[in-house]
Ligand binder design. Structure first.
Ligand SMILES: Cc1cc2nc3c(=O)[nH]c(=O)nc-3n(C[C@H](O)[C@H](O)[C@H](O)COP(=O)(O)OP(=O)(O)OC[C@H]3O[C@@H](n4cnc5c(N)ncnc54)[C@H](O)[C@@H]3O)c2cc1C
Ligand code: SF4
Length: 351
């Protein structure tokens, strides 16, 4: 079997995990990352403390970045993208946009997701009112150490509403999927807001709560019982302003009555869209996308990260909404699949 490197496209949690696993097996890994630094969404977007570990993103994912950067078996190209990808398993050649050629035994697509753009949900006030923000903006407020402030005038909000499922589970705008992690992230964020600004009241508007698995007790119940976060099961109609405060209008779906509540800040818990690059990635790497626009998987159980092209694997949020720990696990699985050329065929694997 040849000893060419494994090409890893994308240097977020999934790609970093894949690179570490490839290098730990003794093989060379080459990461091609389009941003100017590694770390993926948690680092590039400045997330605060992660769920479920409560570790700061800059420490947890920053540690994964350092581990890879210090590994002599990993070569990193930042600010780089693959322009063409030719060949067969065991003898692929990737050409970067600057002309650099990388020979590879196999490729792993760890290209992640794109945050939902709340401008696509105009009736919920983002882009119209400065105090309507996204969970990413609140993550940045917390990680910057500046605390929770209304962008319009810098005041500490008296009342904050977090609206769940913004850009997820919404057939009207072509996004049917659940983004998996935003209920837990929002419950945690509500507790962090209460801790930073004990006088701020936090309300979470929800359709259903999906703090799956062990997250139910640690985040959903704890946020209510210890941090006094209030949950409202509602269908939201619109977010407007009365000139002084934001106004969230909707229907309380438990008592089936209209509700109108004023807030100082409204937070959109945005979902995980397919990476905007996926059409290009699909065409460059010759892999199929699934019906939602994420990179498609060819097998559910035999080789979990296999794409439609033999020798090209996918992991993490590139193939659909994923948590960080699942993305990391999938990165390791993709590394094993790539190293052993799973799905390529016995004849080639034995070469
Ligand atoms: C507001 C918010 C908070 C979250 N908080 C948590 C949390 O606390 N805990 C948790 O488990 N999950 C959380 N998540 C989910 C988390 O962001 C994802 O699970 C994780 O980022 C997925 O890792 P990834 O490596 O698959 O993708 P990404 O983090 O998206 O990384 C993909 C990398 O690929 C690069 N890339 C993209 N396209 C290309 C290309 N064409 N060529 C080269 N490189 C490319 C990107 O620049 C990026 O560096 C949160 C999500 C949101 C929206
Ligand atoms: S995890 Fe919660 S907020 Fe996110 S899409 Fe699913 S149900 Fe909605």
């Amino acid at each position: 079997m040849s000893e060419k490197p494994i090409l890893i496209v994308g240097g977020g949690p999934a790609g970093l995990s894949a690179a570490h696993a490839v290098a730990a097996s003794g093989r060379q890994a080459v990461i091609v990352e389009k941003a100017d630094r590694l770390g993926g969404a948690p680092i590039l977007q400045g997330y605060a403390k992660l769920v479920p570990s409560h570790e700061w993103a800059k420490d947890a994912i920053g540690g994964m970045v350092t581990r890879v950067q210090q590994n002599a078996k990993v070569t990193v190209h930042t600010g780089a993208q693959v322009q063409s990808f030719a060949g067969d398993p065991g003898s692929f050649v990737a050409t970067l946009k600057d002309g650099t050629k990388i020979e590879a035994d196999a490729a792993i697509l760890a290209t992640g997701f794109t945050h939902f753009d709340s401008l696509n949900k105009p009736e919920w006030g983002f882009g119209t009112y400065p105090d309507v923000v996204t969970t990413v903006q609140v993550e940045q407020m917390i990680s910057s150490g500046k605390g929770i402030r209304c962008p319009s005038d810098g005041r500490v909000p008296d009342r904050v509403a977090i609206l769940l499922c913004v850009g997820s589970r919404d057939r009207q705008i072509g996004r049917e999927w659940c983004s998996k992690i935003c209920c837990t992230v929002s419950a945690n964020m509500a507790m962090e807001i209460r801790e930073l600004s004990p006088k701020t009241n936090v309300y979470i508007y929800y359709m259903d709560i999906r703090t799956f698995g062990l997250y139910e007790g640690e985040f959903y119940w704890k946020s209510q019982e210890e941090a006094r976060v209030k949950y409202i099961k509602a269908r939201i109609a619109e977010v407007t302003s009365d000139g002084k405060r934001l106004v969230v209008k909707g229907e309380d779906t438990l008592v089936k009555r209209p509700i109108t509540i004023p807030f100082d800040m409204v937070v959109h818990a945005i979902g995980m869209d397919p990476n905007v690059d996926n059409m290009t990635l699909g065409s460059v790497f010759g892999v199929n996308l699934n019906q939602y626009g994420y990179i498609g998987k060819a097998a559910a159980y035999t080789t979990t990260g296999q794409t439609s092209r033999p020798g090209v694997y996918v992991c993490g949020a590139a193939s659909g909404p994923e948590t960080i720990d699942d993305s990391i696990a999938q990165g390791q699985a993709a590394a094993i699949a790539a190293l052993s050329r799973q799905g390529v065929g016995m004849a080639q694997a034995a070469e």
